[in-house]
Design a protein around this ligand. Structure first.
Ligand code: FEH
Ligand code: ZN
Length: 388
C-alpha cells in the first residue's frame, strides 16, 4: 500500500494538494481482496469469505483492522434481537469494537487531521447525522435523526479492512498502538460502563459510606468494577454474579466483595450483603446484564434514594413493583454506549495504567464458536479477534 506521490496527484483527482496516499489506497482497494466474516441471514453461522477491500469515500479513511472485539450484542444481532431497531441487509459484516491502522485516505480528508499511513486509531462507533440536539450536544450515540452505528448497519470490523469517516477515528499514542487487542474493547466494553458509572456519580449516588454494586461480570462488568473504584469516591464495591469464577475476576479487578446471586432470594442476598458490608441495601447499581431478573433483583436491593443505571440489553421488557419507585424515590437511568469524550477519557485512563484488561485473543476463523459462547454467557472478559 505504499504511496507513490507522482501518481497520486495525476491519476485520481488531478488536485495537487491531495492528502498523501489517498488515491493509491482507492485504486488498490478496487482489486485487493480481504477476509471477512459475514452474515447471510439471521440465526445462521457467519461465513468467512474473500471479498473486495472497501473503497474509502472522500471523507473516509481506509483502516487495516488490527483488532476487533466480540460483544454479546454481536450474538444478539445474529439472533435477530435487533431486527426492529437495526435491520441489516445481507450479506452483512458485523463488528463494532475496532482498532486499526490507517491504510489510505479519501480525497476530502482534510490535511489538518495529519494522519500518516500506519497510524493506529480506534473507531468511535456511533455515527450521528449531526442535525439533532443530541448530536449537537456531543451525544452522537443517541442521534435522533439518521444516526448509524457501526456493526449494526454500516459494515463493521470483522474483516481485514474497513472504511470509516475520518471524524470517527481517534488516533492513539505509539505506545498504546503496540496492543490493539487492548484498544478495541475500549470502544464498547470499556466505554459503556464508564458512562453508566459516571451517571451514577453525577446523580450523587456514590461516595463514602455508600455501596455500589455491579451486576454481571462479563465483558463490561470487569471494567465496571474498576470504574466503581475509580469514580466511587471510596464507596464499597460489590460484584453480583451467578458464578464464582466471575466473582473472582471482579475481585481481581478491585471489587471489595462478591455475592453469588444464583437461585437466591432477595432476603438471602441481603443476609450476605449485611455480613459483608454491614448493610442490607445498596445505594447504586450498574446493571451490565439487562434481564428482567437482574434489574428486578437490583431494584429489590436498592435502599431509599437508590439508583440503578442499566447498560445491558437482554430482556424485551422489564417489570417491577411501582411502590418503591415513588415511596423510596428510586431512580432508573438508561445509559447507552458512550460519546467521543467518554471514549477519549477511558483511553486516557487505560494509557495511564489505571485500567486492567481481561482479554483473550482469538482468530477470525473461530468466530462462530466464540459467538456461541457469548450467547451462553460463558465468556468472562473480552474475546478479541487479532489480525496482525
Ligand atoms: C450496541 C448497539 C445496540 C445495542 C447494544 C449495543 C452495545 O453493544 C453497546 O453497549
Ligand atoms: Zn457491544
Amino acid at each position: 500500500m505504499a504511496p507513490d506521490a507522482a501518481e497520486i496527484v495525476d491519476v485520481e483527482t488531478g488536485i495537487e494538494s491531495m492528502p498523501l496516499f489517498a488515491p493509491i489506497a482507492n485504486r488498490e482497494a478496487q482489486v485487493m481482496k480481504m477476509r471477512a466474516a459475514r452474515m447471510h441471514g439471521y440465526r445462521e453461522p457467519l461465513r468467512i469469505e474473500e471479498v473486495p477491500v472497501p473503497e474509502p469515500g472522500p471523507d473516509e479513511i481506509l483502516l487495516k483492522v488490527a483488532a476487533a472485539g466480540m460483544c454479546r450484542s454481536d450474538y444478539q444481532l445474529l439472533d435477530g434481537y435487533f431486527k426492529g431497531p437495526f435491520p441489516v441487509e445481507f450479506p452483512y459484516m458485523p463488528g463494532h469494537e475496532i482498532a486499526g491502522r490507517v491504510a489510505g485516505l479519501g480525497s476530502a480528508v482534510p490535511a489538518t487531521v495529519t494522519y500518516a499511513e500506519g497510524d493506529m486509531v480506534v473507531v468511535n462507533p456511533s455515527w450521528g447525522d449531526c442535525t439533532c440536539r443530541q448530536c449537537r450536544e456531543g451525544n452522537e450515540q443517541l442521534c435522533s435523526g439518521n444516526g448509524r452505528w457501526v456493526g449494526f448497519g454500516p459494515p463493521g470490523g470483522f474483516a481485514e479492512y474497513m472504511a470509516v469517516e475520518y471524524r470517527h477515528a481517534i488516533r492513539v499514542s505509539a505506545d498504546a498502538a503496540k496492543a490493539p487487542e487492548l484498544l478495541a474493547p475500549m470502544t464498547d466494553a470499556g466505554m459503556t460502563p464508564y458512562r453508566g458509572m459516571r451517571k451514577l456519580r453525577d446523580a450523587g449516588k456514590l461516595g463514602p459510606a455508600r455501596t455500589v454494586a455491579v451486576t454481571g461480570i462479563g465483558g463490561l462488568g470487569s471494567y465496571a468494577v474498576q470504574y466503581a473504584k475509580l469514580l466511587g469516591g471510596s464507596a464499597t464495591v460489590v460484584a453480583l454474579a451467578r458464578t464464582d469464577s466471575k466473582l473472582d475476576v471482579a475481585k481481581d479487578n478491585g471489587a471489595d466483595h462478591g455475592v453469588n446471586v444464583k437461585d437466591k432470594s432477595t432476603e438471602v442476598i441481603q443476609d450476605e450483603l449485611e455480613r459483608l458490608t454491614g448493610r442490607r441495601t445498596i445505594d447504586a447499581i450498574l446493571d451490565c446484564v439487562g434481564s428482567q431478573a437482574s434489574i428486578s433483583m437490583g431494584f429489590d436491593l436498592l435502599g431509599p434514594e437508590g439508583a440503578l443505571a442499566a447498560v445491558g440489553l437482554m430482556s424485551d421488557r422489564v417489570e417491577h413493583r411501582q411502590f418503591p419507585f415513588v415511596g423510596t424515590e428510586l431512580s432508573y437511568l438508561g445509559s447507552f454506549w458512550g460519546n467521543h469524550l467518554d471514549l477519549v477519557e477511558v483511553l486516557s485512563l487505560a494509557e495511564a495504567g489505571l485500567v486492567e484488561h481481561n482479554v483473550t485473543e482469538v482468530q477470525l476463523e473461530d468466530i462462530n464458536e466464540n459467538l456461541e459462547a457469548l450467547g451462553r454467557g460463558d465468556v468472562v472478559g473480552r474475546q478479541v479477534i487479532v489480525f496482525e
